[in-house]
Design a protein around this ligand. Structure first.
Ligand SMILES: *[C@@H]1O[C@H](CO)[C@@H](O)[C@H](O)[C@H]1NC(C)=O
Length: 208
């Protein structure tokens, strides 16, 4: 009886924040990551795992969907002199730069690989810290020919390899350009949009 009572109250606490939905669809608890040394912070789903040596200043990924991850990067303090986000131009112009950077990073040297990209939205907002942030959303699809060496064009069938959503939040502080980047398969994005937007909205840059 006692045990049951305890369990029940535990469940009640949980469901206050999460309306009754199947267990797997529960809104995850968020944890805050604060880097006072480099000057940024954000919130991420508690079950995400930090991956070291992934090339970014910080890198987390979903433990189940390995293609879903987030990273934070910033321009090198010695070589960059960003005064404000507007140095990048409008959100639309910044969006084009972000997309160009993605396409460069994902450039493939494989034969017969084609990328199709789209800027879905760009926007700006002033967060509760009074600072300006840009948000950029991009879709990129990658197609590969199943038989690039086929002589007849009709034998080279382009197959969709992946279809991903890339979300970036940009902010300027300490003369640096900071970017939080989220990447996820498009079908996962549709399911987890609310959580991913919460990560994006939580990103802050701070004076060091
Ligand atoms: C992060 O996700 C992207 C695709 O969304 C994937 O290509 C990449 O390998 C992932 N990175 C790591 C380190 O898991």
């Amino acid at each position: 009886m006692m045990m049951g009572g305890l369990l029940m109250s535990g469940l009640t606490m949980l469901s206050e924040a999460n309306l009754p939905t199947p267990a797997f669809a529960l809104t995850p608890v968020f944890r805050e990551y604060i880097d006072t040394f480099d000057g940024y912070s954000f919130k991420y789903p508690q079950n995400w795992i930090q991956v070291r040596g992934a090339g970014a200043d910080i890198f987390f990924r979903d433990p189940i969907v390995l293609d879903e991850n987030l990273s934070v990067e910033f321009s090198s303090p010695s070589s960059s002199k960003y005064k404000s986000l507007e140095d990048l131009g409008s959100p639309e112009e910044a969006g084009k730069k972000v997309l160009r950077q993605y396409l460069t990073e994902f450039m493939s040297t494989r034969l017969g690989v084609k990328r199709e990209s789209n800027i879905l939205t760009t926007s700006s907002r002033v967060a509760d810290d009074g600072k300006l942030y840009y948000q950029v959303e991009v879709n990129i699809k990658s197609y590969a020919n199943n038989n690039e060496l086929a002589v007849m064009p009709q034998d080279r069938v382009a197959r969709l390899e992946w279809d991903r959503r890339y979300l970036a939040v940009l902010g300027v502080e300490n003369n640096r350009l900071y970017s939080l980047r989220l990447q996820t398969p498009e079908k996962v994005f549709l399911e987890e949009e609310k959580d991913l937007r919460r990560v994006m909205e939580s990103f802050r840059v701070e004076k060091i």
